[in-house]
Design a protein around this ligand. Structure first.
Ligand SMILES: [Zn+2]
Length: 283
């Protein structure tokens, strides 16, 4: 599932390829992708509009439109946003297509491809009450666009006896971290994933905040992680390369790259397969 670095890579690609270009035509092939509104609403709100900016909060891609509306794209499990020539054959599972005007760039299609159909493409009026996307207001700190303040994180963690893994995965605390980066961050800061969040002292919380920022920033620089399933690709269809930097994720049973002594262990923690080094990350 794409996490913050993958979604950020898509956002950066769309700043050049999508923002500022008039949307000439909107096609919706599968209603599930627009389930919170309707195909008619997506078509009406996007046709002849252009995005004026591309933002991201956690794993949500948000585009301001020149009408005052917003467009939200969420990749969920397997969504991809591809920019392609209209002459190129459309891939399978291509559920939404936006035809973009010719500018200094040739006419193109923004294609939302999603085999598992958990992803969403929604256009809405952000001033509407009740909001179409109520969860946006409940999203936690974005560690790249907001300032990740040690004091805030310490106070949140001090109040919960949940495991560190559960806290990092909770989008209401810090937005954008999923299973891959939670494991990599906890390894980088040498915290056992099952440790209660309230047991982490102030000094360690400061180190955790630094690890969150440095792991995610480096992953963005490398275009995110593309696993063997090749579900995540950027807007040109290319994979990222941060998977070559993974120290624990997907490496259970292998020797630890950090200490060279422990063998990486794996167990279900916070409902997710979790990998850590029992030597570097003591309980
Ligand atoms: Zn180790």
């Amino acid at each position: 599932m794409p996490e913050l670095p993958e979604v950020e890579t898509v956002r950066r690609g769309l700043l050049d390829a999508f923002v500022g270009r008039r949307i000439e035509r909107v096609e919706v092939g599968r209603e599930r992708t627009v389930r919170r509104t309707s195909p008619e609403e997506l078509i009406a709100r996007l046709t002849n509009r252009r995005a004026t900016d591309a933002r991201r909060r956690g794993k949500y891609l948000l585009f301001d439109l020149d009408s005052g509306d917003e467009l939200m794209i969420h990749l969920r499990m397997s969504g991809q946003v591809l920019i392609a020539s209209p002459e190129d054959e459309r891939p399978a599972h291509c559920h939404v297509v936006l035809t973009l005007e010719e500018t200094n760039l040739p006419r193109a299609e923004l294609r939302f491809v999603d085999p598992r159909t958990f992803g969403e493409v929604i256009a809405y009026d952000p001033r509407r009450m009740p909001p179409v996307l109520p969860e946006l207001d409940r999203l936690g700190i974005d560690p790249i666009t907001d300032e990740l303040t040690k004091q805030d994180v310490f106070e949140i963690m001090a109040r919960t006896s949940r495991s560190m893994k559960a806290v990092l995965l909770d989008q209401h605390v810090i937005a954008g971290i999923g299973n891959i980066y939670a494991d990599e961050i906890l390894h980088a800061v040498r915290i056992h994933p099952a440790r209660p969040a309230s047991s982490i002292d102030r000094r360690k919380v400061a180190a955790l905040c630094e690890a969150i920022t440095s792991v995610l920033t480096r992953a963005v620089e490398l275009g995110g992680s593309t696993l063997r399933d090749a579900r995540y690709v950027d807007i040109t269809g290319s994979g990222g390369s941060y998977q070559h930097q993974h120290r624990v994720y997907g490496r259970a049973g292998e020797p630890c790259l950090t200490c060279g002594r422990g063998r990486l262990k794996s167990a279900r923690i916070a409902g997710r397969t979790t990998t850590w080094c029992p030597n570097c990350q003591r309980a």
